[in-house]
Design a protein around this ligand. Sequence first.
Ligand code: ADP
Ligand code: MG
Length: 333
Amino acid sequence: MARTPPEEDRRPGEFELISRYFAPLASKVPGALGLGDDAALLTPLPGTELVLTTDVLIESVHFLRDDPPDTIARKALRVNLSDLAAKGAQPAGYLLVLALAPWAGTEWIERFAYGLGADQNRYGIGLLGGDTAATPGPLSVAITAIGTVPAGAMLKRSGAKPGDIVFVSGTIGDAGAGLDILRGRAAGGETVRSALIARYRLPEPRLSLGRALRGRASAALDVSDGLLGDLGHIAEVSGVAIVVEASCLPLSTELVRFYGESMETRSTAATAGDDYEIAFTAPASSAAEIEAAAAESGTPVTAIGRVEAGQGVRLLDAAGVQIPVRRAGYTHF
Ligand code: ADP
Ligand code: MG
């Protein structure tokens, strides 16, 4: 993509940009009013509650200028849908705030909007509104997603009890390995590398699992900053300790090919970011219920540990000895 002269000069004006690229994404949502009003309207069904979440993606922090614009858009949407998934919510729509840097021209915006359109169809939602501004940079994309749950059914981080089992969906560490590859780590064959990079670029929000966990999980959250660090949030808010068995962590064959099978690989996977899986707890008596939820949603779920009285998160090896971890997860500050 050309960097000079500034693409900004060749960009349509703000209103044309909205009507050409974003209004079509709102066409199937009556409450978006064609993106022609000051605000959008949403009518929750009686007996439902709205679940609101927002996440920002910033150039050089969450994505790189050269990343494919359609995957930047899809990831921005999916990380929000992942939060809704972890709360057991059904997505209803989203708002988009774009701060466009000079380097992002018409072609970038077109491909960005194309990516959003593709995922909107995939998840059955539409654009409700947003805001668009020019910035000297970096470019940022903020999405606010809105979902619904039957009143009282939202899954929370609080609610884990001593004796509960700890579960996680899918496999963990893949996206972290994908980022490692993009940063230049050379290992594994071509298919392994592209599978891991794909998991970094395009997380899969576990929406149907989240819905199936309503009334079944005692606590849940989406794993975005590292499994152990994120489980630490459940432990803290629920006032409990969480113990994770390293040998139980679900690892993909690609991850094992890339890093090799070792305890080091397991602790790396347990602290790497961008998984966008759901970690949750449930009473030991509801193991069959959780199996049913996994089967109903077609999402693999693995028991990885237990909740105890106390505080904090510990990772144990097969002999029950605590594995020291350098940091439990990613933090910005
Ligand atoms: P305001 O003057 O209140 O900022 P705008 O002129 O920015 O309003 O927005 C006009 C309409 O276009 C609104 O309905 C707004 O939600 C929508 N809109 C603006 N930017 C975006 C965007 N990036 N994505 C979706 N909708 C947008
Ligand atoms: Mg505006």
